[in-house]
Design a protein around this ligand. Structure first.
Ligand code: FAD
Length: 492
């Protein structure tokens, strides 16, 4: 008998989504990730959970409706990671006419029912706080509701849920060869040690590596694929309001600028064709300038490339024949050839649904329970999204040493599971050494023991964004602390 029912190559959003879905349906699952969970494209997404207005413009009504239904699902199952915000489109005389935007937003709102989010409105921003950050000529803006998400924590908590339902999650484990007969036999280099595992089905969810893995590891035929790079920039905070601004750039693209961690603004996204190794992806200077210029057309404060504190880039694939950037799922099974799922691209919003549909394709091969992921909260997400502030108040009542922003960060990261991180501590000192003003030894130990963190970057960039503010000396101390934590127990 094979060791597992399903082996998954890749611990990005697509891989962990498959693992969670399949483990919850009773399959024996192993997920292999060569680096850290969400270490590639899945921590470089635009971080939006939305129906995508630009799709509406191309008359993709059903796609928008489906994505808005998924937005509702995410708010219900991950209220700590997915936060509703008011998005603002300043009307620009040279871009899409106001009547078109108004009509588009009316349709957008009507494609979702019972969302519980405020409807779109038109604002006179000459005397409205929303207009304060914008250049003078903007008199009117359109405001509507959508959501933002912490993409890399979404990956990690999806993996955690999969592990709690029985999946084995191995990070630092690279699949180097897979032989296909009526089962799959995989050679894996797992933290330096070579091991062999067998599985009844295999999923190639290796993102930007999908085509390379299919060619060199699986040696299976595949359709032609094209690689695309997505990039964003992070600059010091440009505006005080808690809005996401959406600009219409003069080439027709929609660019967004959103508050990011308390003190920063994230501006994105620019995409273009990519060639090379997805592990070495850097944002070209021209793309940085493009986003700075786009923001400077709208904001009073000029944004220059020298203001950029970090760039974020990721690579993923689309089918070369595809006209759209929807995710792709290919399924292949023959007599005496074990099933192969190939899954790549696609947006964060519809990732849960993609995984559900892909695992359902295995129904003829295994007895399994019906789809379930839309109705089960991710770890820490068992509260209503409009009770987020209440959860923050509860946390401050219980751990009185937490400041408001600190409690916001911790509830946003761990939700109702915060007690697993902070325990019964009455003072900050009880949580061990401090690394910068916010990170404590207790949190680092938790992340290493339960969330597969191994290196400072795993903690500082993918499981938090403290990297943006942590002083160098604290980083060095953190690295020494993590190196000294011996063999943390793993959750899967
Ligand atoms: C053109 C384009 C536009 C996009 N636009 C949007 C958008 O507007 N909104 C949005 O939300 N999302 C967008 N995305 C989606 C998003 O960036 C990703 O597609 C999504 O996060 C899914 O990632 P993934 O799991 O396929 O890949 P990744 O996150 O890259 O994960 C793949 C993982 O596989 C691992 N791996 C590779 N080879 C091996 C091996 N041999 N053994 C073990 N592990 C291996 C890698 O280390 C990596 O961590 C877009 C994607 C594309 C292509």
């Amino acid at each position: 008998m094979a060791d597992y029912d399903l082996a998954i190559i890749g611990g990005g959003l697509n891989g962990v989504g498959l693992a969670r879905d399949a483990a919850g349906r009773g399959l024996r699952v192993i997920l292999l990730e060569q680096g850290d969970l969400g270490g590639a494209a899945s921590s470089a997404t635009p971080r939006l959970i939305h129906g995508d207005l630009s799709v509406l413009e191309r008359r993709g009504f059903w796609r928008v409706r489906r994505a808005l239904a998924e937005r509702r699902t995410w708010l219900a199952i991950a209220p700590h990671l997915v936060r509703p915000m008011r998005f603002v489109i300043p009307a620009h005389s040279e871009e899409r006419p106001p009547w078109l935007l108004r009509a588009g937003l009316y349709v957008y709102d009507s494609l979702t029912n019972r969302s519980g989010l405020p409807a779109a409105t038109t604002l006179d921003i000459t005397h409205h706080p929303v207009g304060n950050a914008l250049k003078r000529p903007f008199g009117t803006a359109f405001e509507y509701s959508d959501c933002v998400v912490d993409d890399s924590r979404l990956v990690v908590l999806t993996a955690l849920d999969a592990a709690e339902r029985g999946a084995v999650i191995r990070t630092g484990a690279r699949c180097v060869r897979a032989d296909r007969t009526d089962t799959w036999r995989l050679a894996v280099v797992d933290r330096g040690l070579r091991r062999t595992i067998t599985a009844r089905a295999l999923a190639n969810a290796s993102g930007g590596w999908t085509s390379m893995v299919a060619d060199t590891v699986l040696r299976q035929p595949q359709p032609a694929m094209a690689a695309t790079q997505m990039s964003q920039i992070i600059v010091p905070r440009l505006f005080d309001s808690e809005n996401v601004y959406v600009f219409q750039n003069n080439d027709g693209r929609l660019i967004f600028a959103r508050p990011f961690e308390r003190d920063f603004t994230l501006i994105g996204t620019v995409t273009h064709a990519f060639t090379g190794d997805p592990a070495i992806v850097a944002m070209p200077c021209a793309d940085v300038s493009y986003l700075c210029d786009a923001a400077s057309r709208y904001f009073r404060e000029r944004v220059a490339p020298t203001d950029v504190v970090r760039t974020v880039s990721g690579v993923n694939l689309t089918l070369a024949s595809a006209r759209r950037r929807d995710g792709t799922t290919l399924f292949h099974a023959r007599r005496r050839k074990a099933p192969l799922i190939t899954m790549f691209g696609g947006d964060v919003t519809t990732s849960r649904l993609r995984a559900e549909r892909a695992v359902t394709r295995l129904t003829p091969f295994y007895p399994m329970s019906p789809p379930w992921t839309a109705g089960a909260a991710l770890p820490g997400g068992d509260f209503a999204w409009d009770r987020f502030d209440h959860e923050v108040d509860l946390a401050r009542d219980r751990w009185r040493f937490l400041s408001e922003p600190e409690a916001q960060r911790l509830v946003g990261a761990y939700g109702s599971r915060l007690s697993t991180v902070l325990g019964e501590a009455k003072t900050r000192e009880e949580l061990g050494p401090s690394f910068g003003p916010e990170l404590t030894g207790a949190e680092v130990r938790y992340l290493m023991a339960r969330e597969w963190a191994r290196f400072p970057e795993d903690v500082l960039w993918r499981r938090s964004k403290l990297d943006l503010t942590m002083p160098v000396a604290d980083r060095v101390a953190l690295a020494a602390f993590m190196a000294g934590v011996k063999d943390p127990p793993r959750s899967g």
